[in-house]
Ligand binder design. Structure first.
Ligand code: TRP
Length: 338
């Protein structure tokens, strides 16, 4: 029989939490827009991680609304549910089932060392719940259940992908090869969009300073104002440099928004001041986000459509997830349900 070489695409899995406010420019450039760009080269699976969100208290009505908004945002950013699998984590219960099993192969000590756990438990001292502690195990289940090759994440989530590998390795060692070992995939551009107010810090949707973050649904006048107030330096030259975190960040943002290289941006603004550059940044970002925002608004008026996308995505995801879960259940000695 002829050997037909079918080239298999690598599997990409990522998730984004629907908690807190709407997405920031950082989430848009660094995460969801890159996710959309990966759709042709890879088999992509994208998830709204609502189960991770309840590790910190959420207002139920808001969580529900934000979950729809997150889904609408993925679609508006160009993720195509015909090409990729898009779903809501809680719609595929196999994740939580696998997470329970993996909990029994994850050590208290290794979870205690996770930077994000230490960080979040100091910030939520009145609610250091077990879910916050085992958060990385659920995330490992999200990844491993699809046999993902690549996990696009921000630098802050890299440690979580590493622990997923460690758990997979341990399980594979005990029960023979079961899980693919995933790799973090940190996008070259826009991986880190920094705060406009404190450019040494990552732009975050939970930042209490409203001028620090551009939110994807911001109106143009707000975007212009925030860029106008962006913290820069006293050198006055639109040029990247090691001691210019503010300007470096604005150059990254402007180059992503316009498609120019950083060198071209520097050339365009040679001899011009920060005022002109900040105004241009505001205009370019507002222009980039306008069609996105309009589409999110349209989609939010059509919850039936969003429900249908979520349902179809969950069906496809559940079929893939069931394969890994039943393999794992068999290996650990669970009696199959006949
Ligand atoms: N923990 C991730 C974050 O907060 C979200 C997430 C949940 C995720 N499950 C995932 C990311 C699986 C990548 C893969 O950003």
């Amino acid at each position: 029989m002829a050997d037909i070489a079918v080239e298999k695409k690598k599997i990409v899995l990522s998730g984004i939490q629907p908690s807190g406010n709407q997405f920031t420019l950082g989430n848009y450039i660094g995460a969801i827009r890159n996710w959309a760009n990966m759709q042709d080269e890879f088999d992509c699976i994208y998830m709204i991680a609502n189960e991770h969100s309840i590790t910190v208290r959420q207002e139920p009505a808001k969580l529900r609304e934000n979950t729809y908004r997150a889904l609408a945002s993925l679609l508006a950013a160009g993720i195509d549910p015909q090409k990729s699998i898009v779903f809501i984590q809680s719609h595929v219960p196999a994740h939580a089932e696998l997470a329970w099993i993996l909990n029994c192969y994850t050590m208290f000590g290794e979870l205690s060392r996770m930077t994000q756990f230490k960080d979040k438990s100091s910030k939520n001292a009145d609610n250091i719940n077990a879910g916050l502690f085992t958060y990385p195990v659920l995330m490992a289940a999200d990844i491993l259940i699809y046999q993902a090759d690549l996990v696009p994440v921000g630098a802050d989530q890299k440690q979580h992908v590493e622990i997923a590998r460690d758990i997979a390795n341990r399980f594979n060692g005990l029960y023979s090869n079961t899980f693919k070992l995933p790799e973090p995939y940190i996008p070259a551009i826009g991986a880190k969009i920094m705060s406009l107010a404190e450019p040494e810090k990552k732009m975050s949707k939970s930042d209490p300073n409203v001028n620090a973050s551009i939110l994807v649904m911001d109106k143009k006048e707000d975007i212009l104002r925030k860029f106008k107030r962006a913290v820069t330096d006293s050198q006055g030259e639109v040029r990247r440099g090691p001691d210019k975190p503010g300007i470096n960040n604005l150059i990254t943002i402007y180059s992503v928004a316009t498609g120019l290289t950083p060198e071209q941006v520097e050339a365009q603004f040679a001899g011009k001041g920060y005022g002109d550059f900040k105004a241009a940044c505001g205009e370019a970002v507002a222009e980039m986000l306008r069609p996105f925002r309009e589409q999110v608004e349209d989609l939010m008026k059509n919850k039936d459509y969003l429900d249908q996308v979520a349902r179809e995505g969950a069906e496809k995801a559940a079929r893939l997830a069931a394969r890994t879960l039943s393999k794992v259940q068999k290996k650990v000695g669970f009696v199959p349900k006949l």
